[in-house]
Design a protein around this ligand. Structure first.
Ligand code: HXC
Length: 516
């Protein structure tokens, strides 16, 4: 073959690989309102930065006449490129080839790219649109999945792993996203479930649609598996790119610093008045975060799941920080099963990837009741406690109002190695709320009083005077400084500067045993 012909052959193969399952299948994909694997990659990565790997691989199945149907690249597009100039690896299931199902070849292509990402210490993103295990390939497909899962687990805490779910993710296709750090899901065309509506009907006799069973809204609000949901794929990939600006390439690096232009001594007077005079009244913790963070920007994660706690990223003087904040607007900011799990997983992500954790605390305690106790609130609450206790990144707390009982201990207290604990003057730090405490410790006095109601109010006031303030805790050094609320931004930035070279570690061990 002449050199000219060889070059032509390469050109033809490359062009063939670019259309995956063919133009008709691409048209079908578009008609469903979905993008192709390559279109998705181009939205995720910087323009012209994508370098494909294994574009010419094909499946090796000879069952059911499969040898007659081969497509270059098989059911996944893999490679690397950049996001805002920083290296990232990507694999995108190609639904136009056997519904993006996972063959031995697809499994090997993904594992190869996972290994490369680990070797060079760069994040990896999986874009999921797949009918699950390639049915014709049987156990080879199951082995392929398991190889991916193993790599997801070994990479956990070493390189950031993100998942987009932009189509079906059925059966084996769900576990890789579930093992990654953050799951982004598009509304309407994406769903995740272990078994689809037909099998559900057979086994449990429930009538349920795919959307109800595993759509984005359900996973964002009920199961908590999805961290963010979007109306379309364009906004999903734009948000994913933004998330990368907050996180480092791997666990040995620091997150990027982006100059914000927001003065460190910007004092927001409104903060001094945001807490209502009546301690029983709610306020919006998001407003507090907006007034404190650079340019008022809070990249919120899991907004629809356990809204009584807020988590997300922001910047302080350009430096990336992870925020965990009780939200008094929902259930008075109480800690419960879901909010504990939500907070704990995020604290562990930040700790794994060198992102300082800032905690804004206003919490009346743990949610009482049979639903919570039967559901294991003790075990789940212990996860949050565990996560804060083991974290060694800089950890700052701002107590804006209530820090009661077990919740005081859990929410990054001084005793959990909180580096700097700030408190606003209206804070109430006590074993429990004034009403409950008074009824217990003064029960006899109140019962024996001539006017029990008046006595109760008198005792509540007495208790509040004595304990519902930050000064007892400050006198013991459990609070490092009581600050004017408007000073919060400045104080946090100064503390972060001071903690820049913080060194802290846990004793050597194989791994801890978090109460799962
Ligand atoms: C092989 C598959 C496939 C699969 C889809 N296709 N899923 N081929 N293995 N798992 C093929 C279809 O035959 C079809 O081929 C093409 O992909 C597009 O599929 P459609 O059904 O036309 O698309 P759509 O109507 O959008 O429906 C998508 C779907 C449906 C909902 C995903 O295809 C489906 O239900 N697939 C099976 C899902 C499933 O049960 N997977 C196994 C899960 S068990 P043609 O040639 O007609 O275009 C599992 C166990 C692993 O994964 C456990 C590991 C831990």
């Amino acid at each position: 073959m002449s050199r000219q012909r060889k070059l032509l052959e390469l050109k033809e193969l490359t062009e063939k690989a670019l259309v995956g399952g063919g133009l008709k299948a691409i048209e079908k994909q578009h008609k469903k309102g979905k993008l192709t694997a390559r279109e998705r990659i181009s939205l995720l990565l910087d323009p012209k930065s994508f370098e494909e790997v294994d574009a010419l691989r094909t499946h090796e199945c000879h069952e059911f006449g499969m040898e007659e149907k081969t497509y270059l690249g098989d059911g996944v597009v893999t490679g690397y490129g950049t996001i805002f100039g920083r290296l990232a690896f990507v694999y995108a299931f190609d639904f136009t080839v056997f519904g993006g199902s996972l063959s031995k070849t697809v499994g090997e292509k993904i594992a190869k790219i996972q290994d490369m990402a680990m070797k060079v210490g760069a994040p990896i993103i999986g874009i999921n649109d797949s009918g699950g295990a390639r049915i014709q390939e049987g156990v080879d497909s199951l082995a392929g999945y398991t190889n991916i899962f193993l790599r997801n687990v070994t990479a956990s805490g070493v390189i950031p792993q993100l998942s987009a779910v932009v189509g079906p993710a059925a059966g084996g296709a769900v576990y890789s996203p579930a093992l990654t750090d953050f799951v982004f899901m598009v509304k309407h065309s994406a769903y995740m479930f272990l078994t689809g509506p037909k099998i559900v009907k057979t086994v449990t006799h429930e009538d349920v649609t795919a959307e109800e069973l595993g759509g984005a809204r359900m996973h964002a609000s009920k199961s908590g598996i999805t961290h963010l949901t979007f109306d379309d794929e364009q906004s999903l990939f734009a948000a994913m790119r933004e998330m990368f600006t907050y996180i480092p390439q791997n666990n040995m690096e620091e997150p990027p610093i982006l100059e914000s232009g927001d003065p460190i001594d910007r004092l927001d007077e409104e903060l001094n008045y945001i807490i209502p005079e009546n301690p029983g009244k709610p306020y919006d913790m998001r407003q507090v975060l907006k007034m404190v963070l650079d340019n008022g920007h809070f990249f919120e994660i899991q907004p629809l799941f356990a809204p009584n706690i807020l988590i997300g990223f922001g910047r302080l003087n350009g430096k990336s920080v992870g925020i965990v904040a009780n939200q008094p607007k929902h259930l008075a900011g109480v800690l419960d099963i879901n909010s504990s799990v939500k907070g704990a997983r995020f604290v562990r992500f930040c700790d794994a990837f060198n992102i300082p954790i800032i905690t804004f605390e206003d919490v009346p305690g743990f949610m009482p009741g049979t639903v919570q106790e039967f559901g294991g609130v003790i075990r789940h609450g212990a996860k949050l406690l565990y996560a804060y206790a083991e974290a060694t990144v800089p950890k700052l707390t701002v107590i804006t109002r209530k820090a009661y009982g077990g919740a005081y201990c859990v929410m990054n207290s001084k005793q959990l190695r909180g580096d700097m604990i700030f408190s606003w003057p209206c804070a109430e730090i006590a074993v429990m709320g004034s009403e409950g405490a008074t009824e217990i410790i003064f029960s006899r006095e109140i019962r024996d009083a001539e006017k029990p109601k008046e006595k109760l109010h008198e005792k509540i006031e007495e208790y509040r005077e004595r304990f519902a303030n930050p000064y007892v805790a400050a006198s013991k050094g459990f609070i490092d400084e009581v600050i004017e609320p408007r000073m919060t931004r400045y104080k946090l930035i100064k503390a972060l500067e001071m903690l820049q070279n913080k060194r802290d570690e846990n004793p050597p061990k194989k791994h801890g045993n978090i109460p799962l």
